[in-house]
Design a protein around this ligand. Structure first.
Ligand code: GLU
Length: 384
């Protein structure tokens, strides 16, 4: 089976994309990237393409893709919306990635190299150099087992015009002739990512700042393949209270966990939008307002503090703004959970609704509710 890329040639509307590599959980930074793409796609009448970058064999689990789609839906990005397209799966397009690599060979932008990692090391030691120094550029090797295909990085500089960071200049002499196809013929991630973006008609690439060092290489590939590079926008790092990049090891980064702990999606979305962008007027505001006002030009490039206290405060505000009925519905899974501090068959909705206006101001997450109403539903109220 050879899947086709979408036909995007019928319209000039911008095409944004969100291209997660499945990891088994949905990173809050990914959620912010998705929301910025979504806001722009909606406001400009464009498209939000979801592409699952699953070329790592062990990243090919269907339930992980389901998790991504579910997490997106939770933050309001629904696959049945007319602005949504996909999901596409990168792993299905390997043949097209290899063909694009061949076009680069034909145009003189790529060459084969049979040097092993050990040979490259030895050569570096002997020459006092670092990295791959284009040693096979003029050897005229053809394809073959164990021969990697490398991109011939031209001399000069590459200027990445970034909508968030301004012009970023890279000295090409510091970029080695990077690998496009491995010795076994399989495409490298950077190639696959560019070929898919080109073939899917992507006009805007918004992604995490971590990818900025790859961008000059990718821009060279866009140009070598005969295309204008897209609009680039690298979004600021999210850091913790020690100003360190938030990570799975140190921090709570899984969106699913916030959901499970009783954060409201509207509060989460509102807070995530403020990580690198300042809403006009009040910070707490509905999605429709943020969608109307959000501009890439206003995104800040300095790291954004992922402040758990502030997130909890946002959540508390959203909880207070609910009607008692909305609050009851939102809390229901926690109120009737086995872990509730009272026998759940004693829970009474009318009592809860009557108490809601008193409880709501005291909750920062929905999970706080059962502990605040337990005395109403315990068999023998303990008075102290
Ligand atoms: N798959 C990459 C990631 O999850 C995204 C690359 C991109 O957005 O270009 O980090």
């Amino acid at each position: 089976r050879r899947p086709h890329y979408p036909d995007h040639t019928m319209s000039d509307a911008p095409r944004y994309r969100f291209a997660p590599s499945p990891t088994g959980f949905f990173h809050v930074g990914g959620a912010r990237t998705a929301l910025y793409n979504w806001a722009l796609a909606l406001r400009t009448g464009g498209t939000f393409v979801l592409r699952i970058e699953d070329t790592d064999a062990e990243r090919n689990r269907p339930e992980w893709t389901e998790g991504i789609i579910e997490a997106l839906a939770w933050i309001g990005i629904h696959r049945d919306d007319p602005h949504f397209e996909g999901p596409y799966f990168q792993s299905e397009y390997a043949a097209q990635h290899v063909e694009a690599a061949q076009r680069l060979v034909d145009r003189g932008f790529a060459y084969y190299c049979d040097m092993t990692a050990d040979e490259i090391d030895a050569r570096n030691k002997a020459d006092g150099t670092q990295g791959y120094q284009g040693w096979s550029r003029d050897r005229g090797l053809g394809p073959g087992p164990g021969r990697a295909l490398r991109f011939k990085v031209p001399a000069g500089t590459t200027t990445v015009r970034d909508r968030v960071r301004g012009d970023v200049e890279f000295d090409n002499s510091l970029i080695e002739d990077f690998v496009l196809l491995r010795g076994n013929g399989s495409p490298m991630f950077l190639l696959a990512n560019v070929v898919d973006d080109i073939s899917m008609g992507i006009t805007h690439v918004l992604r995490a700042e971590e990818h900025l060092p790859n961008t000059p290489k990718q821009q060279m590939m866009w140009e070598a393949l005969g295309h204008e590079p897209p609009v680039w926008a690298h979004l600021p790092l999210l850091v913790n209270d020690q100003r360190k990049k938030i990570s799975k090891r140190r921090d709570k980064v899984a969106l699913e966990q916030y959901r499970a702990e009783g954060y409201l999606p509207e509060a989460m979305v509102n807070y995530l939008m403020t990580l690198g962008w300042a809403p006009h007027g009040e910070e707490i505001q509905p999605w429709s307002q943020m969608e109307a006002d959000f501009r890439l030009e206003d995104v800040n490039h300095s790291p954004a503090f992922f402040d758990l206290k502030k997130l909890a405060a946002f959540n508390g505000e959203y909880i207070r703004a609910m009607s008692p009925h909305q609050f009851l519905e939102a809390c229901r899974p926690w109120l009737l959970a086995e872990s509730a501090p009272y026998p759940v068959d004693r829970f009474d909705e009318h009592t809860f609704l009557a108490m809601a206006p008193v409880i709501q101001p005291r909750c920062s997450t929905l999970a706080d509710a059962p502990g605040l109403v337990d005395f109403l539903f315990l068999p023998d109220p303990v008075l102290d």
